[in-house]
Design a protein around this ligand. Structure first.
Ligand SMILES: [Zn+2]
Length: 75
């Protein structure tokens, strides 16, 4: 699940993900929305919004890779 994530190009031309509202780099975090299910999250350091949530790192990498192809780039 990706929500509220945008992209910017860094000086090397690589797309990096930021919060679409604050343009702040998100932090990787872990959470447990259900008692026994650990999820991997991306959380904005500034507004605290959850920008992404996945059940595994494999799923996270896969979805972020796909997302990079269609992400809206902020300039
Ligand atoms: Zn934010």
């Amino acid at each position: 699940m990706i929500d509220g994530l945008a992209g910017v190009k860094n000086s090397g031309g690589t797309i990096v993900f930021v919060c679409s509202k604050c343009r702040t780099y998100p932090d990787h975090a872990y959470g447990a929305p259900n008692k026994d299910q650990l999820v991997y999250m991306l959380v904005c350091q500034k507004c605290g919004r959850t920008l992404g949530e996945w059940v595994s790192t494999e799923q996270r990498e896969k979805e972020l890779r796909e997302f990079a192809k269609r992400v809206e780039l902020l300039t």
